[in-house]
Design a binder for this molecule. Structure first.
Ligand code: ZN
Length: 136
């Protein structure tokens, strides 16, 4: 599977957002060109929950319009796991309705060492996508 390239500054934005709203799960959208992420769009977790998330549909709609207007593509939906490993939960698997959009999960299990993993979720099948953090 083609790796997803995630610039370090985007990873850090994601980690800062996740830390700022922990223990609630953070969520958002990663956009870019091909499999190279160039920017992140923070979204509101309308469930305000520590073990699942739901994006605000109106906010999601306007972000998708912004991504298109910028000539970018939606590469992944990301969310944080404030206290558990970066593995899709059963609910994540159930909610993943777009197999062409990757799932990136950022774990704050070890608060000083946040890490992220990417997955392709299709029905009941979960496959890890290599995620490369690049400088810049
Ligand atoms: Zn999750």
């Amino acid at each position: 599977m083609t790796p997803i390239e995630l610039p370090l500054f985007v990873f850090e934005q994601m980690a800062d957002q996740a830390r700022a709203i922990a223990p609630v799960e953070a969520c958002g959208i990663l956009a870019g060109v091909d499999r190279r992420v160039t920017r992140l769009y923070e979204m509101t977790n309308v469930d305000n929950s520590s073990d699942h998330f739901m994006m605000n549909p109106a906010e999601q709609f306007s972000v998708i319009k912004l991504i298109r207007a910028a000539g970018l593509k939606m590469i992944a939906v990301y969310h944080s796991h404030p206290a558990t490993p970066a593995r899709p939960s059963e609910e994540d698997i159930r909610l993943a309705l777009q197999p062409d959009v990757a799932w990136v999960i950022l774990s704050l299990e070890r608060p000083d060492e946040p890490y992220a993993r990417a997955f392709s979720i299709d029905g009941d099948g979960v496959a890890e996508i290599p995620l490369t953090i690049v400088k810049g």
